[in-house]
Ligand binder design. Structure first.
Ligand SMILES: Cc1cc2nc3c(=O)[nH]c(=O)nc-3n(C[C@H](O)[C@H](O)[C@H](O)COP(=O)(O)OP(=O)(O)OC[C@H]3O[C@@H](n4cnc5c(N)ncnc54)[C@H](O)[C@@H]3O)c2cc1C
Length: 192
C-alpha cells in the first residue's frame, strides 16, 4: 500500500505467478498505468487461484508475460529497465519499467532454531508422521511413542502454520493448527 501510490502513471512489473503476486498485481493496477506480470510458466493456471486469474483477465491494464525470466535490472539511481529472457526463443529483450515487485516465495525464519530440530531442504520444520521416514529422526527420537501431529523431532517443541513443512498456507489452517498445538502442549505437559 505504501509503494502503490508511487506507481501512479507508471508501468510496473510483478515477478511471480502465485496468489501473492496476483493479489499484488490487482491492487497495484488501481494506481499504475500498466502492470506486467512476469512468469516462467506459460500461464497462471498451475500456480494461481482461478478467482484471481479471472479478476486479472478482467483488468485491462494487467498484461501477463509468460515464459520469461528476469536477467538484469538497469537504471540510473532508480529502476528504468529490465532485461528479460524469453524461455521459448532464448532471446533477450528489454522492458521499460519504473518499479519491480518480487513475489517468488517465502523463506522461513528458522535459522535461529538449533540444528537438532529437523527441517526440510528449504528450512521449514518437519512435524508428526512426516518425520517417520527421516533417517536423522530415527537416530535422535528416543521416546517409545510417535511424535504428535504438530510435534517436531524434539519432544515438546511444536510447529503450527506456514513455518511447518507441508503447510496449507491458509489463515484458517494456521489458526486451527495454533489451537491444536496448544492442546498438544497440554497433553505433552501432562505426560512429563
Ligand atoms: C500476499 C499474501 C496473500 C495471502 N492471501 C491469503 C488469503 O487470501 N487467504 C488465506 O487463507 N491465506 C492467505 N495468505 C496466507 C496466510 O497469510 C498465511 O497462511 C498465514 O498468515 C500463516 O499464518 P502463520 O501464523 O503461520 O504465519 P505468519 O502470518 O507469517 O506469522 C508469523 C509471525 O511470526 C513472526 N516471527 C517470525 N520469526 C519470529 C521470531 N524469531 N520471533 C518472534 N516472532 C517471529 C513474524 O513476524 C510473523 O508475525 C496470504 C499470504 C500472503 C503473503
Amino acid at each position: 500500500m505504501t509503494e502503490a501510490a508511487a506507481c501512479k502513471g507508471k508501468t510496473i512489473v510483478v515477478v511471480g505467478g502465485g496468489n501473492s503476486a496476483g493479489q499484488g498485481a490487482m491492487y497495484l493496477s488501481q494506481f499504475a498505468t500498466k502492470v506486467v506480470i512476469l512468469i516462467r510458466q506459460k500461464d497462471l493456471t498451475a500456480t494461481m487461484s482461478s478467482y484471481l486469474i479471472d479478476q486479472i483477465a478482467g483488468t485491462p491494464n494487467i498484461e501477463i508475460m509468460g515464459q520469461k525470466d528476469v536477467l538484469e535490472t538497469r537504471g540510473n539511481g532508480k529502476l528504468e529497465q529490465l532485461v528479460i529472457k524469453c524461455l521459448e526463443t532464448n532471446n533477450d529483450e528489454v522492458l521499460d519499467a519504473s518499479a519491480m515487485f518480487v513475489f517468488i516465495g517465502a523463506k522461513p525464519y528458522t535459522d535461529w532454531l538449533s540444528d537438532s530440530v529437523i527441517k526440510d531442504d528449504k528450512g521449514f520444520l518437519i512435524t508428526g508422521r512426516d518425520l517417520l521416514t527421516d533417517d536423522t529422526f530415527k537416530k535422535v527420537w528416543k521416546l517409545d511413542r510417535e511424535p504428535m501431529m504438530l510435534e517436531t523431532c524434539v519432544p515438546g517443541i511444536f510447529a503450527a502454520g506456514d513455518v511447518r513443512s507441508g503447510a496449507m498456507n491458509r489463515v484458517a489452517s494456521a489458526v486451527g493448527e495454533g489451537a491444536m498445538a496448544i492442546k498438544f502442549v497440554h497433553e505433552y505437559l501432562a505426560q512429563n
